[in-house]
Ligand binder design. Structure first.
Ligand code: SF4
Ligand code: SF4
Length: 739
């Protein structure tokens, strides 16, 4: 846990205090040891997670190039502003350090390094199914095929580079419980994570109309070591070995080269002139990463995660009632984004959903969406013909799964059964689903505090905040699913683009949170509501986690800040009610989806997450809040008022790094003419349930299971909301045989 807040630290400075390092003259880059190609093949070690990373690394390497927008966007002319913006984007994507350089000729490789996995992948993709109806995926897939077939072009026009370093957690112990799959995988993990960021940012620059290419540890036209030294995030020792201050040799690199003109960083002074052990660093003052916390998992086992999940109270049943035997299975077609796309909510919403316009209208989310689309064919596939003998124990599997997830970078993991009732009845194309798997690995990805701090929740970065977390799960969840298939079991990653299970009940069953007033959001005690989830289903045997009770039901009963701040009025200020067999604070998903898709002064929305008192920075001084909220439920009304009094949920302009650009008809992004949602808290608004008009569409109002229009009848939806009853009432009816 951090001792001090870094709310006054601009986003482009990043988590490490690079600004404290001494800068010097450009060293002789010819003395820097060249970077070597990293292989992701471990045929002789089938339990190594590195094998599963290989396909994802190859996919990222395949999309490191791509189509450049024909018309250049209107971006700031100031080179410093550009560099700071791109660095911030890197930090938003969880890079540890980002530096910018003028691309030195000596860093250009005479023979580019190519990933042979791309050819295998291209051949294999022909056999993979893509079932999703997610909008714009056909465009992404066509672009992907074109990219994979494209001849290698030159980067002669690229004059600048952006270099990303990713730090490493501690090395797993050889005899550590749960660490069987993650031995000797540090370099690969860091390379994969860095590659994700480089691919997204290279695509971002191309979308803005500037040629750019990503370079990874397995596929590159430049020497990453020399680039890192030139960009001022690394220096070298007497043997030419690259050293990154604070990290030593424990880092992975990726880079973007581009024609866009940027302001380079100065190179670092030699290592012996650097003081990386200042008091501020040791005490943890002024930067997110410091001497106390920079090595993740230094004091925890990988299988236990980075947060003290073991301290949570476990219970046999979730804290909200689930009437399992009577839960109706509904078609995937009920998903609100599918309904929007097929025209059930009218033309305006359909136009907003078509080709992923709601994501494409802001350049950062448009950039993330390409990788999201490219990962779809990798979510599922054939498994090894025989089960690996090391996977007989459910306990051991559970430890290995959790440790691998946490090692890769998942923020919270819970394991549960995967009952039939969480599966949709029909997939996106209308085919019946016979539940194929009975085990679920449920994962939660933090959307990131820092950018949320600078945002209103429904401005021009909102969509990218969601997409960032969705993309992270698609990558890490996809690697876990592939690894389980490598071990001989079927497994599928259910992502935002293509999923066949309802995730909230699985999060409840596996103890990843409780139902919150936001309704569709399961709130985690350590991450708050600021999260996105993903699920891997499989048949691999594993020990399950139990649900948790951290007092949230009492808290949300005493607080309705999310309902008060929701710009569309979708969140109920009333009681929990029974919907499709679940007790929940049922929100009006039609209102929420309509607002998110048609939001004019931003792209999408997550204001409920932004303003919730559980959206915390994770610093020491917040501990009393969390302790009181979890241990003294009667303090909830006071805590909710206190949260307002200290202005939690307002915007911190120091953290704003993104540009308010909007997509135009000619394909360029320009400063928006539709305004920016900059919001203050509505402390004076006294929202009453009786003044709200909400609609729901339970199973009896579900659309047909086929992908054809089936317009929503809002009057019926409102009547259905008014007909919902409390869990207590429902249980009485059950006892009387009336349900
Ligand atoms: Fe925004 Fe929907 Fe949350 Fe309301 S419920 S704040 S519209 S995301
Ligand atoms: Fe619950 Fe308040 Fe957060 Fe809404 S804002 S989810 S009511 S704690």
């Amino acid at each position: 846990m951090k001792l001090f807040s870094d709310k006054n630290r601009p986003a482009h400075l990043g988590p490490y205090p690079l600004e404290r390092l001494k800068r010097g003259a450009m060293p002789d880059l010819g003395q820097v040891n060249s970077s070597q190609r990293l292989s992701f093949h471990r045929e002789t070690d089938p339990v190594s997670i590195v094998n599963a990373m290989g396909e994802y690394q190859a996919m990222l390497d395949a999309i490191r190039i791509g189509i450049i927008a024909k018309v250049q966007s209107e971006i700031p002319a100031n080179r410093n502003e550009r560099s700071n913006h791109l660095k911030s984007f890197g930090y938003f994507s969880d890079a540890s350090m980002v530096g910018v350089c003028a691309l030195p000729d000596i860093a250009r490789l005479e023979t580019p390094m190519r990933n042979p996995g791309i050819d295998h992948l291209a051949a294999d993709l022909k056999t993979r199914q893509v079932k999703t109806l997610a909008s714009g995926v056909d465009v992404i897939m066509a672009d992907l095929k074109e990219t994979m077939m494209a001849p290698a072009s030159s980067i002669d026009a690229h004059k600048f580079g952006i270099v990303f370093a990713y730090d490493m957690p501690r090395d797993p112990e050889h005899d550590e419980q749960g660490a069987d799959w993650i031995q000797d995988a540090q370099a690969h993990r860091a390379a994969l994570r860095a590659n994700e960021t480089a691919c997204v940012i290279a695509n971002y620059l191309r979308i803005l109309g500037f040629d750019a290419r990503a370079h990874s540890a397995s596929c590159a036209d430049v020497d990453l070591n020399k680039m890192a030294v030139a960009a001022g995030i690394a220096t070298m020792d007497g043997q030419g070995q690259v050293i990154v201050p604070y990290l030593g040799q424990k880092f992975g690199l990726a880079a973007v080269t581009t024609e866009l003109e940027l302001a380079p960083d100065a190179p670092l002074a030699p290592l012996d002139e650097q003081n990386t052990q200042s008091w501020a660093w040791r005490l943890g003052i002024g930067s997110q990463k410091n001497g106390r916390n920079f090595t993740a998992f230094s004091k925890r086992k990988f299988k236990d995660g980075d947060h003290p999940f073991e301290t949570l109270k476990r219970v046999d049943e979730p804290t909200t009632f689930i009437d399992e035997p009577r839960i109706p299975r509904v078609p995937k077609r009920t998903d609100m984004f599918a309904r929007a796309l097929l025209g059930d909510m009218g033309k305006k919403v359909q136009d907003g959903a078509r080709n992923g316009h709601y994501a494409r209208k802001a350049a950062p989310s448009a950039a993330q969406r390409r990788a999201l689309g490219a990962f779809i064919p990798l979510q599922d596939g054939d498994h090894a013909p025989t089960i690996n003998k090391t996977t007989q124990s459910a306990n051991k599997n559970a430890d290995n799964i959790k440790a691998a997830c946490y090692f890769l970078g998942v923020d919270a993991v819970g394991l549960s059964r995967c009952p039939d009732w969480v599966w949709y009845s029909h997939d996106a194309r209308g085919n019946e689903i016979v539940p194929p798997h009975d085990q679920a690995i449920n994962m939660v990805i933090d959307q990131g505090y820092e950018t949320m701090e600078g945002a209103s929740g429904d401005d021009w970065i909102a969509c990218a905040q969601s997409m960032r977390a969705y993309l992270r799960f698609s990558l890490l969840g996809g690697v876990i699913a592939q690894h389980i298939r490598n071990l001989g079991y079927p497994a599928k990653a259910h992502t935002v683009m293509d999923g066949e299970v309802l995730q909230p009940p699985l999060l409840l069953l596996s103890g990843l949170g409780e139902v919150s007033r936001i309704g569709e959001v399961i709130l985690n005690p350590f991450l708050g509501p600021r999260l996105k989830s993903g699920v891997v289903t499989t048949t691999m045997p594993m020990t399950h986690d139990k649900p948790i009770d951290f007092g949230l039901q009492t808290f949300c009963e005493s607080c309705n800040k999310c309902a008060r701040e929701c710009p569309s009025g979708a969140i109920t200020a009333g009681p929990k009610l029974m919907f499709n067999g679940y007790e929940t604070w049922k929100s009006d998903s039609q209102k929420c989806t309509t607002y998110r898709i048609t939001n004019m002064a931003g792209a999408m929305c997550g204001r409920c997450m932004k303003t919730c008192p559980w959206n915390l920075e994770g610093i020491f001084k917040e501990r009393p809040f969390r302790w009181l909220a979890m241990n003294m439920p009667k303090a909830a009304p006071l805590l909710a008022r206190l949260d307002d009094a200290v202005d939690n949920g307002t915007m911190n302009s120091t953290k704003k790094w993104w540009w308010d650009l909007e997509w135009c008809d000619d394909g360029a992004y320009r400063p928006t003419t539709n305004g920016v949602n900059e919001r203050d808290l509505q402390k004076d608004l006294d929202l009453k349930f009786e003044d709200q008009t909400l609609a729901v569409y339970p199973a009896n109002l579900a659309p047909i299971h086929l992908p054809y229009p089936d317009p929503m009848n809002r009057e019926q939806g409102i009547a259905a909301y008014n007909a919902m009853i409390t869990a207590e009432h429902y249980k009485i009816k059950l006892a009387n045989g009336e349900t």
